[in-house]
Design a protein around this ligand. Structure first.
Ligand SMILES: Cc1cc2nc3c(=O)[nH]c(=O)nc-3n(C[C@H](O)[C@H](O)[C@H](O)COP(=O)(O)O)c2cc1C
Length: 164
């Protein structure tokens, strides 16, 4: 169906249906532009290709830094730990203080790497596609870190979950 076509799908019910797909939780971070650091909680992540190593995620056109993100080539995808629910909430709310008290270091591609994290992918944008009220961003993974012993944060039916 073309992205411009409207459907009769109830938005609340549609969200409920999508919530049946359990995901991890990430914070996409970027050095941003003149406005400073960017951080957005996302769960629309998907692996795309092994060779080349490509992943994708979606960004809403309502994001405060949406225009900057369309022009941003380098970012980090920080996979959160189960004990980072508050951090996830902090990066999911519109606020000029999103980065207050957040520990991070600069990655090789200049994107902020949250400390600690469950794992992190350092990415360069490969492509982006307008799709409805979101853009699909396809990114090439240039480097990654993993091995944290804490379990990951999960999201299911609109609530945070942990592996039990
Ligand atoms: C668990 C979770 C997953 C989210 N996933 C996405 C996502 O994949 N894409 C997106 O654009 N927004 C997603 N959001 C919403 C954004 O995090 C939120 O709209 C944004 O951080 C608002 O801040 P801003 O006004 O600074 O852009 C998610 C929120 C939560 C809590």
């Amino acid at each position: 169906m073309a992205s411009s076509e409207k459907t009769e799908v109830d938005p609340r019910e549609f969200r409920n249906a999508l919530g049946c797909f359990a995901t991890g939780v990430m914070v996409m971070t970027s050095a941003g532009g003149s406005e400073g650091l960017i951080g957005v909680t996302i769960n629309s992540f998907s692996s795309v290709s092994l060779d080349p190593p490509l992943v994708s995620f979606c960004i809403a056109d309502s994001l405060t830094e949406f225009e900057t993100l369309l022009e941003t080539d380098h970012f980090a995808l920080n996979i959160l730990r189960a004990d980072q629910q508050e951090l996830s909430n902090q990066f999911a709310k519109t606020s000029p203080d999103k980065w207050r008290g957040v520990a991070y270091r600069e990655g090789a591609n200049s994107a902020p790497i949250l400390e600690p994290n469950h794992a992190v992918l350092l990415c360069t944008k490969h492509a982006q596609y307008e799709c409805g009220d979101h853009y699909i961003v396809v990114a090439q993974v240039e480097d990654f870190e993993y091995g944290d012993s804490e379990p990951p944060l999960l999201y299911y039916k609109g609530q945070y979950r942990e592996i039990s």
